[in-house]
Write a protein that binds this ligand. Sequence first.
Ligand SMILES: Nc1ncnc2c1ncn2[C@@H]1O[C@H](COP(=O)(O)OP(=O)(O)OP(=O)(O)O)[C@@H](O)[C@H]1O
Length: 322
Amino acid sequence: MTVIATESLSKRYPRVTALDRLTVDITPGVTGLVGANGAGKSTLIKILLGLSPASEGRARVLGLDVATEGNAIRERVGYMPEHDCLPPDVSATEFVVHMARMSGLPPSAARERTADTLRHVGLYEERYRPMGGYSTGMKQRVKLAQALVHDPQLVLLDEPTNGLDPVGRDEMLALIRRVHTDFGISVLVTSHLLGELERTCDQVVVIDGGKLLRASSTSDFTQATASLAVEVTDREDALLELLSEAGLAVRAEGVLLLVDMDPERGDRTYDTVRDAVAELGVGMVRMEQRRHRIAEIFRTGPADGTGTADPHRQEGVNHDAA
Ligand SMILES: Nc1ncnc2c1ncn2[C@@H]1O[C@H](COP(=O)(O)OP(=O)(O)OP(=O)(O)O)[C@@H](O)[C@H]1O
């Protein structure tokens, strides 16, 4: 079952190819669409909404063809645009009621759904004040609320964490996660920050220059290359040798030994390390699994060798080790 399927989808502007033969299947859940500024994220969203025709290729959203069934798609899909688009003299309540009416809800249902949705996104008394006085975080919440008010099956969120401070970002990401867990709505969320998507998303699609770089579940990105970080009181060199002899892939990084988690061995990797430490008679300071972050994986390029991505080009990428 796919919520979004594209087939060799391209979008060419006179001077730029914004999407270049993009073929990807997106399943239900929370999916991150990540790419540097100008990678083609907003272009893809506009095509998926049936608002902008593709130059080539095909796409289906909830089984509907974007070229011919745009109205039906927009009935079932919510959209949160990237840019500030809120009229400053209107309150959140008035605006979201208006958007609910535009989606076809009768007046009383529109008012009820608006109250529920604004509560869900965490806007309370402020919902009656003109939006011109809102903080960026509050504006992003209103934009999210209007995308949800008609109870869609899927929402497309374009850079919802843009302009937010780290706390605001975390809150927005938690809210996005709850859109799926509380209501079963699938989410496609774009960001140029790899780090924030890996915490929130079930799947990640990476595009660069309009081309697909990689699409897979977040756990495949991060766990496939998990390693065990081991710190001992002394004799690291001897331990490294012993573990290598036992058939483990080990390398030293500062005071740590990093042991690849071999899926074939599974938890026996821990036993091998424990036995080797005991045999040397040294003290174990720590042994913990280290999940690689998506950004780290991209530093060395995708494992399947289909392309390379340089995270340094992507502003704001979080390079911290896990
Ligand atoms: N209407 C347009 N006419 C001409 N070029 C366009 C148009 N819209 C987008 N582009 C170009 O297409 C490329 C992809 O833009 P797009 O907005 O999809 O990127 P993005 O990944 O969403 O980045 P951002 O987050 O900065 O918007 C860019 O080079 C952009 O300049």
